[in-house]
Design a protein around this ligand. Structure first.
Ligand SMILES: Nc1nc2c(ncn2[C@@H]2O[C@H](COP(=O)(O)OP(=O)(O)OP(=O)(O)O)[C@@H](O)[C@H]2O)c(=O)[nH]1
Length: 525
């Protein structure tokens, strides 16, 4: 490590990493002089700040070189007709040439060359120092004015010229040292005359050096910050656009809505297809998330959970599309912050088909395949549900058994027996009201649950069923099949929570009907 470089420990103590630049010195890239330690970083910096750095150096080359040359007028006044005049003129022309070279290098448009610029500056500085010493030789003396003006120029240089290399720092003290040395040994100026200059020079160089280093460091740190900021912005924009893309192409329907008023901020394509295929709400802010819920209660439940826990689901919910088509979904929602406002991201998985299958399966499990009526399981479940709703109103049951059904099978065959059972079922259905529950609970055994029906009304209904089967013989495959039913009637007692006991009583009554000659209605006591 060069001695003017700050130690990594010292830099770490100042606040850690200066930059995100890669490489071995990436964590501490700026040295004691405020310059980047790595030449590539320094070149990058100059390149990125070309307008400002090159602008100053153009001015320095032009004005500095020009001023040095213009001083020929002073030479002419003092040395007119003497030999050194022409030598100094040539010298000043040389410095002017170096100034113009610096100006030209700093003027480069399009392709910039930071390294060439650095060398052009060093060359110009060196040229000026050498020229000053030779000018002094030409004049053949030293005056305190020279020392003071040299110090003024040094100060201006520290303040104005952008430092591009350590040499820029070293050349300035070198200029003063050569001036002192020349005055002391060439012109034999007594040390006591030079003492003031020495003290002032020390003061100017220490302050100038510190200010220039601090200036260089500050500018480089600011550049690193702006670069890091730009990179972070770019990464953030890329991440946002990735998220946006993911949101759009995600096959799961996603809805983004405002937390406070529930206005839909955005649907992704899948949600659009599911909820609004006709694109009625394609404009942001035209749809309200709540209007897609079928149940206001579920909507409220989701809202409350989001407010309390910031998330809800997965849960089943019934929605309807913009056109009002029912949709079953599995829904999960989460509160988040989007575009400066509180929002809710809701993901939906459509389960309409699954729900339909479940419903079909449930129906299948409850349905008698032959007649399409409830089977035993279905009859009990449905009756149970209605009984629970019926409260204390009268409910009755009928138990109906086909008489001598074995004979039908034996005479016409089992297939005809099946059709007979179907026809009995359909005739029964014509008599029953909507809400009555009819089921085939055994081979040739049917049951009816009659909600809100007194025993007397149930008896009349049973009689009508008996008659509708008995009065007109069934016709199957062109054959006349006489058929009759024995029916037992029972009331569900107000204390009974199930229909089982009432059905047992109806069964007993039906048995009595069989015993009493069949084709009859018997009522349980
Ligand atoms: N075709 C057909 N026959 C059935 C079905 N389920 C039960 N059976 C028949 O129904 C008949 C019932 O006969 P039983 O229990 O002896 O009674 P029944 O002949 O109706 O005489 P009673 O009930 O005493 O009037 C049997 O022959 C069963 O095979 C069915 O799904 N299809």
């Amino acid at each position: 490590m060069k001695f003017w470089q700050r130690s990594p420990a010292a830099q770490a103590a100042e606040g850690g990493s200066d930059t995100l630049l890669p490489g071995p010195d990436a964590a501490h890239p700026i040295g004691r002089l405020g310059l980047f330690l790595r030449a590539e970083d320094e070149a990058d910096y100059v390149q990125a700040n070309w307008a400002q750095i090159a602008g100053r150096l153009r001015l320095l080359g032009l004005v500095g070189g020009g001023a040095f040359f213009m001083a020929s007028v002073v030479d002419w006044l003092h040395l007119h007709g003497q030999a050194p005049f022409l030598g100094l003129l040539a010298l000043r022309l040389g410095v002017l040439a170096l100034g113009l070279h610096l100006w030209r290098t700093a003027r480069a448009v399009g392709v910039h060359s930071p390294v060439a610029l650095r060398y052009a500056l060093i060359l110009f500085e060196l040229g000026v120092i050498v020229a000053f010493r030779l000018v002094n030789v030409g004049y053949g003396n030293y005056s305190p004015n020279q020392g003071l003006s040299a110090l003024l120029m040094t100060l201006a240089f520290y303040a104005f010229v952008p430092m591009l290399a350590p040499a820029n720092f070293w050349l300035l003290p070198l200029a003063t040292l050569t001036l002192l040395a020349q005055s002391l040994w060439w012109f034999e100026v007594p040390m006591k005359e030079l003492a003031t200059l020495l003290v002032m020079a020390t003061f100017v160089h220490i302050l100038g050096w510190a200010a220039a280093a601090q200036n260089a460091r500050g500018r480089r740190l600011a550049w690193l910050d702006s670069r890091r900021l730009a990179r972070e912005m770019k990464e953030r924009r890329a991440a946002e656009s990735n998220l946006q893309h993911l949101f759009e192409v995600c096959p799961v329907p996603l809805v983004l809505s405002a937390q406070d008023d529930g206005l839909v901020l955005r649907f992704n394509q899948a949600a659009q297809n599911l909820l609004d295929p006709a694109g009625r709400f394609s404009e942001p802010g035209t749809a309200w998330a709540g209007e897609f819920y079928v149940d206001a209660q579920v909507r409220q439940q989701v809202g409350e959970a989001l407010r309390a826990r910031g998330q809800v689901g997965p849960m089943d919910a019934r929605l309807r599309s913009a056109e009002g088509d029912p949709i079953h979904v599995m829904l999960a929602a989460r509160s988040l912050h989007f575009d400066g406002q509180d929002a809710v991201l809701t993901s939906l998985v459509e389960i309409t088909e699954r729900k339909r299958r479940e419903l079909r399966l449930a129906r299948l499990v409850q349905t008698d395949a032959l007649t399409g009526l409830y089977n035993r399981t279905g009859f009990f479940e449905r009756s149970q549900a209605l009984l629970a709703k019926a409260d204390r109103a009268d409910c009755s049951v009928l138990l109906m058994d086909a008489d001598h059904f074995k004979r039908v099978n034996d005479t016409y065959g089992h297939a005809v027996g099946d059709v007979v059972l179907q026809q009995i079922a359909s005739r029964m259905s014509t008599v029953l009201r909507e809400g009555d529950v009819l089921g085939r609970i055994g081979g040739e055994e049917f049951a009816v649950f009659l909600p809100n029906t007194s025993k007397r009304a149930a008896r009349l209904l049973a009689e009508r069923i008996r008659q509708i089967v008995d009065r007109h013989a069934l016709r199957v495959q062109g054959q006349r099949v006489p058929m009759s039913l024995s029916i037992g009637v029972a009331l569900v007692l107000p204390t009974e929570r199930t229909v089982d006991a009432a059905l047992s009583r109806a069964d007993a009554a039906m048995y009595r009907a069989k015993q009493s000659g069949r084709n009859r209605v018997e009522v349980s006591a």
